[in-house]
Design a binder for this molecule. Sequence first.
Ligand code: CTP
Length: 399
Amino acid sequence: MNHLSKKKILLIICGGISAYKSLEIIRLLKKNDVTIKTILTKSGAEFVTPLSIASLSQSKVYQNLFSLENEVEMDHISLSRWADLILIAPATANTISKLASGSSDDLASTVALASDKKIFIAPAMNVRMWSHESTKQNIAKLKTYNYELIGPEIGDMACGEFGEGKMSEPKDIVSEISNYFKNLKKRHKLKAIVTAGPTNEYIDPVRFITNKSSGKQGYEIAKSLSKNGFDTTLISGPTNLEISNDINLIKVETAEEMFQATLKSLPAEVAIFSAAVSDYKLKKSSETKIKYQDHLSLELEKNVDILSYVSNHNSLRPKLVIGFAAETNNLKDYANKKLNKKNCDWIIANDVSNKEIGFNSDFNEVTIIYKNKKADKIKYRSKSEISDEVVEKIVNHLN
Ligand code: CTP
C-alpha cells in the first residue's frame, strides 16, 4: 500500500552540494503521487535551479519572504499550513542554527517557525561542522521542538574528508517519511491519556499544598505519543509549559479536578500517570484568608488515587496503564511495590535525589519496571529522548 499517495509535502532545499539529491527526492515523491511545493533558499539556488525543481515537481518554487506575487497567491502562513509534512533536505548547519534559535529572516525559517506540522530534517554538512558542540546543541534543541531527524550518514564527503555529515540517500529519506505516514494511520484511532504536573490543594484562597513537579516529562511523553499518531489528551496541573494544539490539553488545578478530567477522557488504549498528585487535601479549606496565629493545625484527608482507581476499574481500565515512581531512596524496591499496589502494567521509576536529573531538569534517567519481565534502564538522556523510547516501547507492546 502506498502511504504517500495524495499527501502534500513542502520541501525546503538549502544550500549544499547535496542539494542535487533533492531533485531525486522530488522525483521519488512524485512517483508516489505526492503533491509538492518547494522553498529554495538563497544559497540553495546556488546549487540547483528553480527551473529544474519546478519541472520535476510540476509546481511553483517559492524563494522570497517579501514577494508580492507569492503573498497574494499563498502567503507564508498558508504555505506552512498547506502541507501535511515539511521536509528540509539538505538542512545546512546555518539553517539548523536558525531553526534552533527561532530566527525568521528568510522564507524557509519563517515558514518552519509558523508551522504546526511535523518537520523532518535531513542534515548535510562537513564532519567537523556536524560534530561541533554548537551543532550538537542545536540538534538537541530541535528534537525537543519535535523535529524529526533523518541521518546524516557516515561516508566520503564532497570536500574530500570522511566522516558523519553526509545527507541520507533520497530513497531512505522517502522511506522514512512513508513510514511516518504508515504509523500515523495505524495509530490514528488509538487514544492516549497523560496526567502531568503537580496539583494544588487549597488551604485558603491564597495558600495551597503542592508537590514539586515541572511537568516536563509528562509533556514530552504527550508530544511523543502525538507524533506517533495517538489521539492524545494531556491532563495537566499548573505548569509553565506549552504544548502544540494537536494535543488535547485539559488544565486542572486540584487532584479532584484531575480525577474528573481523567474519567471524562476515558476510554483510552493507554494511560500514563506522570502527575505528582498531592496525596492529601484539606478536609475543609477556608473560604477567607486565614489570619496569622500562633498555632495553626490543618485537618487533612486523603485524595483519591487516580491511577489506582483507573487501573482497578473493570470497564474503564485502558489496555496499558503506566505509573510513575519518583523516589529518593530504595528506588527499585519502592517502584516494584507501587507496581503491584497500584495494579499497573509498567512503572517508570526515577531517582529524584540526584539534582542533575529529574525535577525541573531537561534530562532524566529512568528504569521501566514491568509486571512480568526484566526491567529496562534508559540511561541519562533528554526527557524528550526518554519519551521517544518509552513511546516506542508502548507502540511495540500494543502491536
Ligand atoms: N498517583 C495518582 N493519584 C494520586 C497519587 C498518585 O494518580 N492521588 C499516581 C502518580 O501519578 C504516579 C503514581 O501514582 O503515577 C505514584 O505516585 P506517588 O506519589 O509516587 O505514589 P504514592 O502512592 O503517593 O506513594 P508515596 O508518596 O508514598 O511514595
